[in-house]
Design a protein around this ligand. Structure first.
Ligand SMILES: NC(=O)C1=CN([C@@H]2O[C@H](COP(=O)(O)OP(=O)(O)OC[C@H]3O[C@@H](n4cnc5c(N)ncnc54)[C@H](OP(=O)(O)O)[C@@H]3O)[C@@H](O)[C@H]2O)[C@@H](O)CC1
Ligand SMILES: Nc1ncnc2c1ncn2[C@@H]1O[C@H](COP(=O)(O)OP(=O)(O)O)[C@@H](O)[C@H]1O
Ligand SMILES: [Mg+2]
Length: 299
């Protein structure tokens, strides 16, 4: 067969399509905060303190035992003031209010069950160093979003060879930077592009937007919850916290990702039913997350 007649590579039948959600078990009566996962969220910078707070609250509303939001010290009091239930870890900051190259020293040796990094951190060589250090040395599963993803654009090799799971949560713009492909090309072939990337780099890929695709390169799910009311800055930051919390409670990475995406969208649908898509904000996703969880926990 000459090359021009070769079929294009397709994941086709080898791909397991998943539609059933993983069950949410009851909380262990003997459980305590140590049982349900210590979640570290590294997020925020001057001007984007909300990203850290929204991710932290997303994790709290999703059952995490103990949530710590690590953010530049200049925004830490603001982040701490949003919610009394998470801890804050104050990271050294530069003149722009972003983390410095010394930030990783504050995270080294911590015993977190899961680490999420990226929302609202801005772009800098120091952030790149921080993300690469986490990829190289953190033994906990990692969720990488937003600016954490952007530092990997054009340098995705550090994703390879991690012992623990890595979940990436790009929107199409971020996935375009990661892959070097146009947003249009990605949107035209979302499932194939996501699955191929996940397989090649050994990650769980959450390609966001209507019909979010979740795949580990072997299994694939397309989410059917969510609505355009969620097209408001900060919705994705909430999702990062939700997925991190589910990982911390022991869900397998692929399951944590697809369950988190489902619940996030369902919270958005419940909010839209009640207050409408126009007025809802990511804070409402937090408010309706309990109802979304209750629906799944109560048959
Ligand atoms: N309160 C806070 O602190 C908040 C902080 N935040 C923080 O802000 C930082 C910047 O994040 P960001 O996503 O706003 O900008 P960026 O990565 O340049 O992406 C834009 C590009 O992607 C594209 N694109 C996006 N979605 C798409 C889709 N569904 N389908 C197709 N295309 C899509 C988009 O396309 P366009 O709009 O041009 O059509 C454009 O090209 C980040 O750290 C985040 O965490 C925010 O969370 C807000 C609340
Ligand atoms: N029209 C839509 N339908 C379903 N989900 C949507 C829609 N618009 C946005 N979302 C969801 O909202 C979230 C937006 O995330 P992201 O783009 O990272 O926002 P931000 O960085 O501002 O928090 C994603 O989970 C995305 O799937
Ligand atoms: Mg985002």
């Amino acid at each position: 067969m000459t090359p021009e007649f070769r079929q294009p590579f397709s994941l086709g039948d080898a791909m397991r399509r998943v539609t059933e959600l993983p069950p949410i078990g009851e909380r262990d009566p003997q459980g305590h905060k140590g049982t349900y996962g210590r979640v570290l969220i590294v997020a925020g910078s001057r001007g984007m303190s909300g990203a850290g707070a929204l991710s932290g609250q997303g994790a709290l509303r999703s059952g995490a035992g103990l949530v710590t939001v690590a953010c530049p010290d200049v925004v830490a009091p603001i982040v701490a003031g949003v919610d009394p239930c998470y801890l804050t870890l104050w990271l050294p900051s530069d003149r722009q209010g972003r983390v410095t190259a010394q930030a990783y020293d504050k995270l080294r040796g911590r015993k977190d069950d899961v680490i999420a990094v990226g929302p609202g951190m801005g772009a800098s060589p120091a952030l790149r160093r921080l993300v690469l250090s986490l990829l190289a040395h953190a033994s906990a599963p990692l969720v990488i979003d937003a600016d954490g993803l952007n530092v990997l654009a054009g340098h995705i090799e550090p994703l390879a060879g991690r012992a623990a799971a890595t979940i990436l949560t790009p929107h199409p713009g971020e996935f375009s930077r990661l892959t070097g492909r146009s947003i249009a090309a990605i949107q035209a072939d979302r499932e194939e592009m996501a699955a191929r990337f996940a397989k090649e780099h050994g990650v769980v890929l959450v390609l966001k937007g209507p019909g979010t695709v979740i795949t580990d390169g072997t299994s694939l799910a397309v989410n059917d919850t969510g609505n355009p009311g969620m097209g408001t800055g900060g919705s994705g930051d909430v999702l990062t916290g939700i997925i991190a919390a589910l990982l911390g409670q022991g869900f397998e990475p692929f399951d944590a990702a697809r369950l988190g995406v489902y619940l996030h969208g369902r919270a958005g649908d419940l909010a839209a039913e009640d207050i409408g898509m126009i007025s809802m904000t990511p804070v409402d996703l937090l408010a309706w997350l309990p109802q979304a969880f209750l629906e799944l926990a109560t048959p």
